[in-house]
Write a protein that binds this ligand. Structure first.
Ligand SMILES: [Zn+2]
Ligand SMILES: [Zn+2]
Ligand SMILES: [Zn+2]
Length: 449
C-alpha cells in the first residue's frame, strides 16, 4: 500500500467507473471497487464513494450480457466482399493487411501482409452502426453520454456539449452530443429520423427495444435509418455517401444462408409473436406510420419524396429489402451475426473469422474521447501471410460449450484446439448437449442480450 495515494476528482472517477462498468457489466460494487483500485494504484477511493458515483450514473444495476465475448465478424456462405473496400484507410502505419475471399463456405477474411509484433494496434475503426450495451445506452438516454459516439461525459454540464436541436416545444429529447461534430454526424446518420421528440413512433420502438434488451433490433434500426437518410431524391445535391454506397456496405455484412436461416427460424417458431410485434413497430417508426399526419412528418424527417419514377423504384426496393416481414427476419439474423461484443457493426472488423486461439483482440481504447471506436490489437507476434482471428466465444470454455455457442453463427469450429480437445474428450461434439438455459439460448439466437 502506498502512503501517497490521492483522491481523484469527480470527473476522473466518473469516467474511470463508467469505463470499468462497461467492461465488467455484471460485477458487483465491491468487486468493481477493488478493480478500480488495482487499475489506479495511486487513488484513494472508498467503496461508499464508488457506490455513490455509480448510483448517480444509474450503473448500479447489473445488466444482462451475453455470456460470450464474441466479437462479431463471420464467414458464412452469404458473406460478400465489398467492392472498393480499402483496408489501408483504416490502418495507421501503412498497409498491414489485405482482404481475402476464400471460398463459398468460409467467405472472407483478413490476412497480415507484414510481420506484426505482439501488442500492435493494427487498425482503428468507428462503427457503421452503433447499438451500445445497455448500461451505456442508458447513459445516452439520460443525457450523460453522447448519442452519436456513446462516450460518457466527464462533465455533463460542460458548455461544449450540444443538445438536440429544433425540438418541437411540446416534446422532450434527451439526446446530447460531445460537440458540434458528433451532433452533425449523429443527425446525418440517425438522429434526424430517430429523435423521440420528432418521431413519436421511434420512441415507441425504442421502448420496446430497451424492454426486450434487443441489441440486434437496435443495430438494424440504426442501419435502416442510415440508409433512409442517404436516400434523398436524385435531383437534390447528394450528401455523401449515397444510398448505393450505404447499401453496398450493408449487404457486405455476412448473413445466414437460406438453409441455415430455415433452421434458425424453425428452432425459434414460438418467438413469432415477438417478431411480429417488433416488425410492426419497426415499420411504423421508419416506413409506414398509421396516420396521414405521421406519414407526412416521417417523409419530411427522412427527406424522402419518391415522386419520380426513379425514386419510386428506390422506394420499392427499400420496401422489399427492409420492410417486408421476410426481409426483416433476414436482416435481424444478419445483425446478430455481425455485432461486435460491445454492440455495433464495424465494416473491416466484420471480416474477422473465428478461432479458439485468436491472434488479435478488439479493444475500446478511447474511453474518454470516442468510446465507440475500436482498436484491433495483436495478442502475439503474427507473421506475414497469417490470417487474423478473433474468438467469437470465450476460448476458456470447454470445447463442447464453445461448439454449442458457435451454432449461433451456424458453424462448427475445426481449429487445432477444438480437434485436440474433441479427441481428448472421446469425440464429444457438443451437438447433443441439452440447452442449460432455454431462455438465454433463445435470446442469444435472436441477438437479444
Ligand atoms: Zn460524441
Ligand atoms: Zn432529438
Ligand atoms: Zn475451435
Amino acid at each position: 500500500m502506498s502512503d501517497n495515494r490521492t483522491s481523484p476528482s469527480d470527473p476522473d472517477l466518473t469516467s474511470a467507473l463508467a469505463a470499468l462498468r462497461r467492461e465488467k457489466p455484471a460485477l458487483g460494487i465491491p468487486k468493481l471497487h477493488a478493480l478500480l483500485l488495482s487499475e489506479n494504484p495511486g487513488w484513494l477511493v472508498s467503496e461508499k464513494r464508488t457506490r455513490k458515483v455509480l448510483q448517480s450514473l444509474g450503473l448500479t444495476n447489473t445488466v444482462k450480457t451475453s455470456s460470450t465475448n464474441s466479437t462479431g465478424g463471420l464467414k458464412s456462405p452469404a458473406s460478400k466482399l465489398l467492392d472498393g473496400l480499402d483496408p489501408f484507410k483504416f490502418t495507421q502505419k501503412g498497409p498491414a493487411l489485405r482482404v481475402e475471399y476464400f471460398d463459398e463456405k468460409k467467405g472472407k477474411g483478413l490476412i497480415a501482409t507484414t510481420n506484426i509484433s505482439e501488442g500492435t494496434i493494427i487498425w482503428k475503426e468507428d462503427p457503421f452502426a452503433l447499438a451500445p450495451e445497455w448500461d451505456i445506452y442508458d447513459l445516452t438516454t439520460n443525457s450523460v453520454a453522447c448519442t452519436f459516439c456513446s462516450t460518457p461525459f466527464s462533465d455533463p454540464s460542460s458548455p461544449l456539449i450540444v443538445k438536440c436541436s429544433d425540438n418541437p416545444s411540446s416534446a422532450y429529447c434527451p439526446a446530447r452530443f460531445c460537440n458540434r461534430l458528433c451532433s452533425t454526424r449523429g443527425a446525418k446518420v440517425s438522429h434526424a429520423l430517430l429523435c423521440p421528440a420528432r418521431n413519436p413512433k421511434a420512441k415507441e420502438l425504442f421502448q420496446f427495444i430497451r424492454v426486450n434488451h434487443w441489441m440486434a433490433l437496435h443495430a438494424l434500426v440504426q442501419c435502416t435509418t442510415r440508409l433512409l437518410l442517404s436516400a434523398t431524391t436524385p435531383n437534390q445535391k447528394q450528401p455523401e455517401p449515397s444510398l448505393d454506397e450505404e447499401w453496398a456496405i450493408f449487404n457486405s455484412f455476412a448473413s445466414l444462408s437460406l438453409e441455415d436461416r430455415e433452421a434458425w427460424l424453425g428452432s425459434h417458431q414460438h418467438m413469432h409473436l415477438t417478431w411480429k410485434e417488433a416488425f410492426q413497430l419497426y415499420r411504423q417508426a421508419l416506413w409506414d406510420p398509421p396516420t396521414d399526419t405521421d406519414k407526412k412528418r416521417l417523409a419530411k424527417l427522412s427527406k424522402r419524396t419518391f415522386q419520380s419514377a426513379e425514386t419510386e423504384a428506390v422506394r420499392k426496393k427499400l420496401n422489399e429489402e427492409f420492410f417486408s416481414y421476410d426481409a426483416f427476419l433476414r436482416n435481424l439474423g444478419r445483425m446478430s451475426l455481425n455485432l461486435e461484443g460491445h454492440g455495433g457493426l464495424y465494416i473491416l472488423h466484420s471480416h474477422l473469422n473465428h478461432s479458439c486461439t485468436p491472434n488479435v483482440s478488439v479493444r475500446h481504447l478511447h474511453r474518454s474521447t470516442n468510446l465507440s471506436r475500436i482498436s484491433v490489437v495483436t495478442k502475439r507476434d503474427i507473421a506475414a501471410g497469417e490470417e487474423l482471428f478473433v474468438s467469437y466465444v470465450d476460448p476458456g470454455l470447454p470445447v463442447s460449450a464453445r461448439q454449442h455457442k458457435l451454432r449461433e453463427w451456424s458453424f462448427r469450429c475445426g481449429c487445432e484446439k477444438c480437434k485436440e480437445e474433441e479427441a481428448a474428450t472421446g469425440g464429444e461434439t457438443g451437438e447433443a448437449e441439452p440447452p442449460t438455459d432455454l431462455e438465454k439460448e433463445l435470446k442469444d439466437g435472436l441477438g437479444l442480450f
